[in-house]
Design a protein around this ligand. Structure first.
Ligand SMILES: [Fe+2]
Length: 285
């Protein structure tokens, strides 16, 4: 696990306009959280996320609308590995580093929380090194029925050429993959990293000797406020050995629509996750 030469400092999307975070973001989170816990009544969610907006004028938008920009994409960089383990906790016994919890929601453009979104995280360890031999600090998970996710990890270390960041791929069922990175506020290198985008800043606070961060993704997809099911009406299935509701493991082979696919990541299949739709899970052979 030797630090390898980073090569992520090329031309990325660059530092975009400071989009700021409006009340809409807070309200989206509160609405989503309210489905499971009465956070809306207490304002706890809004308070937790308000720090991100400190010093900025907040628009008094009293409701969620569909005017928010989708989460911007970023370069993948050289350290992604497919087939990460299914897990929400990347911390193992003896792991060095400051404990970090990242939580939030994934929304479609119309503010509807998206369940079943694949989130695949990878990051450097406390010393700024990526594990290219194994899967330390790599893991994927799916948003729950409220569109929420939680990741247990550590604050990633710095390595030459980059500011502090966490990589992630996000993919709603049947939709394209969003590859992006999450950033930490107050990092000196945020000012010099050509890839850094303030729209991707997490809200981070100290908590119990560690840190808690929040970030809400907005995917460029139409969420279905009715059922959360794929919007395509059922048609004659293309057929094949693939089927929803099955547990597949890496290496499994299926056919679908006349093509053969190999499973890249263990998962339970579901409608909308047909192999052609989820390149993060299935590779065509
Ligand atoms: Fe990186």
């Amino acid at each position: 696990m030797t630090p390898t030469t980073p090569d992520e400092s090329g031309t990325g999307p660059g530092a975009g306009a400071d989009r700021g975070i409006s009340r809409k973001t807070l309200l989206r989170a509160a609405v989503a959280a309210g489905a499971a816990v009465p956070l809306l009544a207490t304002g706890a969610v809004a308070l937790a996320r308000d720090a991100r907006s400190e010093g900025r004028s907040l628009t008094p938008t009293p409701f969620c609308d569909d005017g928010d920009d989708p989460t911007p994409d970023q370069i993948e960089g050289p350290y992604f590995k497919p087939n990460s383990p299914l897990r929400t906790n990347l911390v193992t016994p003896g792991t060095a580093g400051t404990r970090l919890t990242v939580s939030g929601y994934v929304f479609g453009r119309n503010c509807v929380p998206l369940p079943g979104v694949l989130l695949d995280f990878w990051q450097a360890d406390n010393a700024g090194a990526y594990d290219m031999a194994g899967y330390t600090f790599r893991g994927h998970q799916f948003t729950d029925t409220t569109g929420a996710f939680t990741l247990q990890t550590i604050v990633p270390g710095l390595y030459p050429g980059r500011t502090r960041h966490i990589h992630v791929k996000a993919q709603a069922p049947g939709e394209p993959v969003l590859t992006t990175q999450l950033y930490f506020p107050g990092e000196p290198r945020n000012n010099t990293d050509a890839i850094f985008d303030p729209a991707l800043l997490m809200n981070v606070r100290d908590a119990g000797g560690g840190k808690q961060a929040t970030f809400d993704f907005v995917l460029n997809v139409d969420g279905d406020p009715g059922t959360g099911e794929p919007t395509d009406p059922p048609t004659d299935p293309p057929g094949g050995t693939w089927a929803p509701g099955r547990s597949y493991t890496a290496g499994d082979r299926v056919t679908y629509g006349g093509a053969a696919y190999r499973c890249l990541q263990a998962h339970t299949s579901m409608a909308g996750w047909e192999p052609p739709n989820v390149p993060a899970l299935w590779r065509r052979e």
